[in-house]
Design a protein around this ligand. Structure first.
Ligand code: 3H9
Length: 692
């Protein structure tokens, strides 16, 4: 088997691409395909060519790993497509699995496309911060129309073959064997001339408002991003310019997008997410348990949200509370959440009832005896959790996974009260647990490989991104966020207004700054932590400006306001009394106010995350810098096009990060300093560690 096999089926030459796992357009693929076309041309007996993918899919796109290669070393997808478009004999793309990006572009440059019923097709380049760069922006609108093409390219989401057939993107759906059907189709169409070429079609009658609306749309959906506006410009060209002009401009804009930090950030996350699923030392053959029934302790916001994840994928849940009222309230919230989804058309009322029927509410913890996994989601109190785990140890069946949703407490200590610490693990969901994709999977000292592997598989099944972390106060995400909160409060002490600190993070693309986030989470949460820390220091209570705000009774959005007031759309508005409180605080403590630029605020906030992240990495609490980035993208709203805080630091240059940290009075973590001295990046650090 070679990377592109040539086989004759009578008068049809079949070119089969064998580049597992996804037949990406890697080095060797264009050479193989060119050789196939050469062979077809040289042999008069060949009347048509079929291009098909071997294994599980058609071509899933350009090889993203080659994006940073010098141009002359990168596989020449555009060159191949140009030849394919002009080829003298009929060509048929035979599609199964996914035809994505460059894969769909190859198919669009063929004269015909046939597919199996469950194939999917799309141009997902926008998700990598680029645009379809091998004719997709010019050909797709010529086939499915401008509106649909914009929708597909701006969302990046694929469509199913049945829809593709209706849109004319696919000429025929093959019911039986794809290759057989494709060869038969090729034979039937072998003598049709002129050959139909998408590049020769015209796009007419598109009102300019379509593009205006698209530009307005991306202001909301892709704020601050480069490639979506390039896509719209290029699609507009199909209505005003000949194909060749759009084709050239597409190449120029593709390169500009590809070489941007935004695309580097998104590509980094694409691979980091896939890497994070790999656990060093945990073989693929590690036995896993089938999770058929789940138990949840606590029907509050967190417990209810967690339950929904299981119900959504058809896993029955028994949910336990201590009082009937709390249980009823929890169930009511779950039902209302589902009914709201139904109102928005995301599910039917039948789906709502189906999910609710899988849920068993109870006040009796013994009802968890047959659960394969039990997740404790009660408030953060070690004694309460220990009590629950002692009881669970007596109730749960052998082999059941006992998980805690703690966000800060020591999972080893919780596990120690059971007779089976190897079955205990932390599963830290993020609020709202039915929405946020992140799941921190906290591996305690004695957690077994099988429990870890089962938890990773479960994360995938309930559509979460599972990232393995070690035990420490706050694990990865919250431990870093505490440092970020400290730095934000310091900025205000030094003269920034809370809204300046928040604006500094908006400028980076985060939907919320540190203080909007604290107001949303509840200011009392941080207050309690600082109260504890003050006690440890032997002080009676914490006394920062934010503590004083909490002591006025303003605890954030849940009490109608905190640092900010909120309008009916929950938009923050500065509160004059709180501003005065801050000024009085500064005066009382003799703090000098100074002008703080947005650049300084952004750097100090992000670098506080990076610095703590480096320390976490050094301690082995996170396996990779990439894992930390995945945590921040999926758990904290860090914009994916920045690639996460660690990738952002790489972009800035770790030497510069260290210099800035020192200038702002923070001590760089030893690992950060070392990498900076060696002129390295976190990405290199990840790559160079064996087994990680
Ligand atoms: C493009 O085409 C640009 C052109 O328009 C213009 C050029 C001039 N390249 O996701 P999985 C790897 S841009 C390299 O776990 P699944 C992936 O890293 C491209 N590698 O499987 C993983 O490796 P590992 C447009 C790739 O079944 C393995 O394959 N296309 C690529 O859950 C399995 O992947 C896209 O954006 C690639 N293109 O999902 C498609 N794709 O095993 C991106 C995958 O070492 N890919 N790998 O961890 C996907 O969306 C999913 O991978 C796919 C399969 C749906 C195909």
């Amino acid at each position: 088997m070679s990377i592109v096999d040539q086989t004759r089926q009578g008068d049809v030459l079949v070119l089969t691409i064998n580049n597992p796992p996804v037949n990406a357009f890697s080095p060797g693929v264009p050479e193989g395909l060119h050789a196939g076309l050469d062979a077809a041309l040289a042999d008069e007996g060949v009347k048509a060519v079929v291009i098909i993918g071997g294994g599980r899919t058609f071509i899933a796109g350009a090889d993203i790993k080659t994006f940073d290669l010098p141009r002359e070393q990168a596989p020449d997808l555009r060159g191949f497509i140009q030849r394919l478009d002009a080829f003298e004999k009929p060509t048929v793309a035979a599609i199964h699995g996914t035809a994505l990006g460059g894969g769909l572009e190859v198919a669009l440059a063929c004269n015909y496309r046939v597919s199996v019923k469950d194939a999917q097709m799309g141009l997902p380049e926008v998700k990598l911060g680029v645009l379809p760069g091998a004719g997709g922006t010019q050909r797709l609108p010529r086939v499915v129309g401008v509106q649909k093409a914009l929708e597909m390219m701006l969302s990046g989401n694929p469509i199913r073959a049945t829809e593709a057939r209706e849109l004319g993107l696919v000429d025929e759906i093959v019911e039986g064997d794809l290759l057989e059907g494709a060869v038969a189709f090729a034979r039937e169409h072998a003598n049709i001339r002129p050959l139909p070429r998408v590049s020769e079609r015209r796009v007419e009658g598109v009102p300019p408002q379509v593009f205006e609306a698209a530009r307005k749309g991306i202001e909301k959906t892709h704020k601050g991003q480069l490639s979506p506006s390039f896509i719209i410009d290029l699609v507009e060209m199909t209505t005003t310019q000949p194909f060749a002009v759009g084709w050239d401009e597409e190449a120029r804009l593709f390169m500009a997008a590809k070489d941007s930090p935004q695309s580097r950030g998104l590509r980094h996350i694409f691979f980091a997410e896939r890497e994070s699923a790999k656990i060093p030392g945990l073989g693929k053959d590690t036995p896993t348990t089938d999770i058929r029934k789940a138990g949840i302790i606590g029907a509050g916001t967190m417990g209810g949200g967690i339950a929904m994840n299981f119900l959504n994928v058809g896993i029955p849940v028994t949910i336990v509370e201590t009082g009937q009222e709390a249980l009823d309230r929890g169930l009511g919230v779950i039902r209302r959440n589902y009914e709201n989804s139904a109102k928005k058309g995301r599910m039917t009322m039948e789906d709502v009832e189906k999910r609710m029927a899988l849920l068993t509410p109870t006040l009796d913890m013994n009802a968890l005896a047959d659960a394969d996994i039990i997740i404790e989601a009660v408030f953060e109190n070690m004694e309460v959790k220990k009590d629950i785990f002692t009881r669970l140890d007596a109730i749960a069946k052998p082999g059941a996974i006992l998980a805690t949703n703690t966000s800060t407490l020591d999972v080893n200590e919780i596990a120690s009260v059971t007779s089976r610490p190897e079955q205990v693990i932390g599963l830290h969901f993020f609020s709202p647990a039915n929405v946020m994709r992140l799941l921190e999977i906290v591996r305690a000292d004695k957690t077994s490989d099988s429990v870890l592997a089962t938890s990773m598989a479960l994360a995938k099944r309930i559509k979460k991104v599972g990232v393995v972390v070690g035990v420490c106060d706050g694990f990865v995400g919250n431990r870093m966020i505490h440092r970020y909160g400290d730095e934000a409060r310091k900025l205000v002490e030094e003269g920034a207004r809370p809204e300046d600190a928040d604006a500094a993070m908006h400028a980076l693309g985060l939907p919320m700054g540190p203080f909007e986030m604290s107001d949303m989470a509840g200011l009392d949460v941080g207050y309690l932590i600082r109260q504890h820390q003050a006690k440890v220091r032997g002080e009676s209570k914490p006394d920062g400006w934010l503590d004083r705000i909490v002591e006025t009774g303003r605890k954030g959005q849940k009490t109608g306001g905190g640092i900010y007031d909120y309008d009916e759309n929950r938009r923050p508005r500065p509160n004059a009394d709180m501003q005065r409180l801050i000024e009085d605080y500064r005066a009382e403590k003799g703090l000098q106010s100074r002008e703080i630029t947005q650049e300084e605020a952004t750097k100090r906030l992000v670098y506080s995350l990076v610095n703590e992240g480096a320390q976490i990495l050094d301690e082995g609490i996170a396996q990779r810098a990439g894992d930390i980035d995945v945590i921040y993208i999926y758990g904290y709203g860090f914009p994916a096009y920045r690639g996460g805080p660690m990738q952002y630091a790489d972009e800035m240059g770790l030497g510069n990060v260290v210099a800035d940290l020192e200038q702002y009075g923070q001590t760089p973590a030893p690992l950060l300093r070392r990498l900076a001295q060696e002129g390295k990046t976190f990405a290199q650090y990840d790559r160079e560690r064996p087994g990680v």
